[in-house]
Design a protein around this ligand. Sequence first.
Ligand code: NAD
Ligand code: UDP
Length: 313
Amino acid sequence: MSQRVLVTGGAGFLGSFLCEQLIQQGHDVLALDNLFTGNKRNIAHLLDNRNFEFIRHDVVEPILLEVDWIFNLACPASPVHYQYNPVKTIKTSILGAINMLGLAKRVKARILQASTSEIYGDPEVHPQTEDYWGSVNPIGPRSCYDEGKRVAETLMSDYRRQNGVDTRIIRIFNTYGPRMHPEDGRVVSNFIVAALRNEPLVLYGDGQQTRSFCYVSDLIEGILRMMQQENCPGPINLGNPGEFTIRELAEQVVELTNSRSQITYQPAREDDPGRRRPNIQLAREQLDWEPTVPLKEGLRHTIHYFDELLRNS
Ligand code: NAD
Ligand code: UDP
């Protein structure tokens, strides 16, 4: 059935792909974004579609709308961006969740919160299962993001218990693909852009820290399944269980781009998690979902995107 859908953060990397898929499925989509890290370019191809609308608005301010579904994605996701104005970041997560939950409660909409693997902090449990409560520094440079998302999860849970709001929580693990901002600061885009420019790839720390990288199309499919399911509050991990060291990622990117780049080292970032990998058993059971795009293939698509972007800029 066609729904009226609000996507906050709709002009961002994940949000723009989500809007695209929702329109393809016949929904009426409203993308809301303050364009902090998002860009109108990401949604330019949707602007002429009669089922698409864009509103420039900040989620820290309330808004009155009539919708059936809300995907709450508004929040900078790259450490470089979320640490640029940490107070604003935590306000975005907390006030944004309160405003969107208030809206959901008033119009009886279903609401999905984009949470993150960061809520597990530097995890003692590996791979991370949803019943693990995490090991998070409440006062460090990543706390504005981690703790903001943890409170957003709490708010979702309390509005569900207290007000019967139909909430969903997904915990997204590192996702990459075309439309990431070239200066985004996250590892995949940083490495690809550096390799294409034959500049050094900078590894923070010894490069032995691990991450699990999910290609964007896989993730969007998981998000949509979560929303379409009845009675599925989560939280559910969405990510690719393939685990790689950052050094391995750098080597793959250099190889796939035929780059002359060197791999260099800088001091580790404060509170950088040492390892990260999702256990996706719940997603398999409850959503019949698992990623299908291997890292090499996803990297090829992403390299192609950045290659074109850099040639035309
Ligand atoms: P992104 O930075 O490209 O997108 C975030 C969007 O939110 C941008 O368009 C930005 O302009 C918008 N935004 C930021 N603050 C806002 C505010 N106060 N009001 C309105 N809009 C605002 O990042 P992304 O990778 O697309 O991430 C989308 C969501 O997914 C975020 O909530 C992020 O925390 C979550 N997430 C992403 C990943 C990942 O690997 N990509 C991992 C875990 C969680
Ligand atoms: N990283 C790196 N070089 C870079 C960017 C990131 O070595 O140019 C490392 C970073 O220290 C972390 C991992 O890559 O260990 C993933 O970083 P990212 O910022 O992409 O996301 P995170 O998972 O830390 O939020």
